[in-house]
Structures are given as C-alpha cells and as structure tokens.
Design a protein around this ligand. Structure first.
Ligand code: SF4
Length: 410
C-alpha cells in the first residue's frame, strides 16, 4: 500500500476501507470516477482527503513541490453595463440605469501603465455584457493595449463574453475568438463558468448561456490555440453532486483539449446582489473542494486557492490541500469586492503567507513559469505600492483610494 495516504506510522487515515482505497489510488495519480468523487467529497475525513490531494500535488510537481506561486496583475473593468443581470452579481448596472459607467481607452491605458510600473505582468479585462460592445470593441482595445504595452499578457474574458460579442457583431464565436486573439488576447480567464450544471446555473444566471455552451466555446478556443483557466462559484445553494458534476464537465473537455491551465474555485459573496442570503459553502467545504479538484482533475495542472474570497489563512491551508498557487496581488478588483470580498494583501504579505505555510514563494507568469523564486528572505522585493486594490470603486472611500493613484504614466 502506498505510504503517502497513510499516517507516519503506516495506519490508514480513514477507517472506511473503501474510501481509503480510493484515496490511495488518487494519491498514486490514479483516476477516480465522479461517483467516487462525490463519496470522497462528502464522507472522507478532511485530513485524509487533504493528505491524498497533497500527495497528488507533490507527485505532479516532483522536484519543485516545495514552491507555491503568485502573480501580480490588475483587473481592468471597462464597463458595468450588462444585459445579463446575473442574480449573484453586485457589479453590473442595467444598461439604461443612471449607475452605468464606462472607461475610455486613455483611462484603460493609464491603468496598464501603472500595472507595468508596479511589476504586474497580466491584465484581466473584465466587464459587463454591454449592449453595444461587439468584437470590434475588443479588437480595438486589445490592439491598443498590446501596441502600448507589449509586455503585458492579456488574460481576459471567457466564453460568456465571446457568446455576447459574437451575437452583437453577428459573427460566429469561432470568428470572434480568432479576431480578438489576433488583436492581442493571449488567453481566456474562464470567468462566467459559475456553476455549469443546468439547475444551479439557471437559478443564479438565468440569462447566461448554458454550461454545455460555455464549455463548447472554451473547447473551440482551445482548438484555436487559445488556452484558458477555469473557475467555479461555490455557495449559492448547489448540491455536492452538482459541484462534482461541474468538475466532471471540465474534466471531459480537458481530456479532449488539454487547454485548461488551472481550476480556481471561489465562494459566493452575498452583499449587494439579488440573490442575497448567505454563502452556503463553509470554509471546510472550500478546502474539501480544493482537495477533490486536485484529485479528480488529474488532467488540470494548477489548482488555485482563492484567498480573496475565503481569507488569507484559508489560502495558506489550501496549499496543504492540493493547491499549488495562491492567485494574485490584484492591483485593482471591483467585481467580487462589490459583493463583499474585502480581503486585501500586498506582495510582502503574500510572500510571507506562502513562506509561513512551509513553501518557497515564487512570482509566476500567466503560463506558470517561475519569474522570481524568493528563496532568500534577505532578497525579498520591497515596494509598498504593490498592494491589492490600489484603485477600487468597491471599497469605502475613506479607507482606500477611489481614484486612480497615478504613478507617472506620462
Ligand atoms: S456576472 Fe458578468 S454577465 Fe453576470 S451580471 Fe455580472 S457583469 Fe453581467
């Protein structure tokens, strides 16, 4: 029997022999079925599940298993105008509402300039489904960003935006993907996955495309050479089986394309939206999801812990439950922050969080190469400006800087 999923004294970590044998198989890199995943997710002792997931992570990253990564990026929100009105969303405004705003290209380029100045490598261009923004809008903006800042990776949008812009421009989604990729989009961020199974998806995002359609467009993108990450919104009332079904739907596509670089679960934030209620996913459930994702998604390389929605300590713990990445210092974030995610951090703190979780921190690129490995604290970068939410409309104006804090972008 493999040692990894056992205690240091060789005893099984769960008394249930069936569950233990599935955990052992998973720890050894074997594939588990959706039915087994539901059982493990529901019934395996938390530590046993985490132990098997950590073994799977170590196996995948043998040689660099001591490292955990982060990235510096900026979300740039170009408009909050949206025709899709997802019930969980606190960011959008109906197109004719007086609350609608848009950012012009100069403003967007200034934000890109700041990102470069602060050592950011990636931007997430993120906004509502504006009734007038077709493929041309994105072509123009991506081309302008790439022309001014070719060093920035545009890791943005997802299948929902592609579906919307293709409809506005009356072209196929394939043409939309090809055109925005040619204009400068490097990869899709994979937002809009929410929950892929039909029942919970209709309940929270009734006007969005179906989960099957979301995956179809991502598959199309992968086949055109545009890779992506994948996400999952937990805690709006979905069942355990529906959570695992979401993973199954992703795994099936990944078997065909290999285009999903990462899986990023995050938790629903209940403020200022139509769904309200509470987050129906405990932090333990979140850790269980990280672990089961590492085990079940044996074909997805990276699992990210979302400290932005669950907190820094849970982020640290996620590194022991199968996650290899702690996401980003988001220089700007307004979407989940508007719904109540108020966790903030800075580069020094993220480095320390990773180090205190027993890993060597490394700043990564969008494609997960290590850019800087912080293996000597004496050489840690010191720059107080590399802080999440240096600009955010979602925070209390007294406590943050609601306006752009311009570094000299001229
Ligand atoms: S989640 Fe996106 S698509 Fe849905 S309402 Fe918010 S901005 Fe619009």
């Amino acid at each position: 029997m493999p040692a990894r999923s056992r205690t240091s004294k060789g005893r099984p970590v769960t008394e249930n022999a069936d569950l233990q044998s599935v955990l052992d198989r998973a720890a050894e890199g074997g594939r588990i079925t959706p039915e087994e995943a539901v059982e493990l997710y529901r019934d395996a002792p938390l530590h046993a599940l985490g132990k098997a997931a950590d073994a799977a992570r170590r196996r995948r990253y043998a040689g660099t298993e001591h490292i955990a990564t982060y990235i510096i990026e900026r979300n740039i929100n170009y408009t909050n105008s949206c025709v899709t009105a997802c019930k969980f969303c606190a960011f959008f405004a109906a197109p004719k509402s007086p609350d609608v705003w848009t950012r012009d290209l100069d403003d967007i380029l200034r934000r890109c300039a700041e990102t470069v100045e602060l050592g950011g490598t990636q931007i997430m261009f993120q906004g509502g489904h504006h009734p007038d923004y077709g493929v041309e809008y994105y072509e123009e903006h991506f081309a302008a960003i790439k022309k001014a800042y070719p060093q920035l990776v545009i890791h943005s949008l997802g299948a929902s935006e592609v579906e919307h812009m293709a409809r506005i421009s009356k072209v196929s989604t394939k043409e939309a993907i090809q055109r925005i990729h040619a204009a400068g989009l490097d990869s899709f961020a994979g937002a809009g996955a929410e929950l892929l199974p039909a029942r919970p998806r209709k309940a929270i995002a009734p006007l969005k495309e179906s989960g099957e359609r979301w995956l179809e467009i991502m598959e199309e993108a992968h086949n055109l050479g545009v890779e992506s990450t994948s996400t999952m919104l937990m805690g709006t009332g979905e069942t355990n089986a529906e959570r695992i079904e979401h993973l199954r739907m992703i795994r099936d596509v990944q078997d065909r394309t290999g285009g999903f670089r990462a899986f990023i679960p995050y938790t629903y934030q209940p403020q200022n939206n139509a769904l309200k209620g509470r987050t129906q996913a405990t932090l333990f459930e979140y850790l269980r999801m990280i672990a089961i994702a590492r085990i079940f998604l044996d074909n997805v390389a990276h699992i990210q812990g979302s400290w932005l929605t669950t907190g820094k300590e849970v982020g640290q713990l996620s590194l022991h439950y199968g996650a290899d990445d702690l996401g980003s210092i988001m220089l700007e974030e307004n979407v989940v922050s508007s719904a109540g995610a108020k966790h903030r951090s800075n580069r020094q703190e993220i480095i320390e969080l990773i180090r205190k979780a027993g890993r060597v921190p490394a700043q990564r690129a969008t494609t997960y190469e290590h850019l800087v490995v912080h293996d000597d604290p004496a050489n840690d970068p010191v720059d107080d400006r590399v802080t999440s939410h240096i600009s955010s409309t979602a925070f209390d104006k007294a406590k943050t800087n609601p306006e752009l804090k311009l570094i000299d972008a001229s």
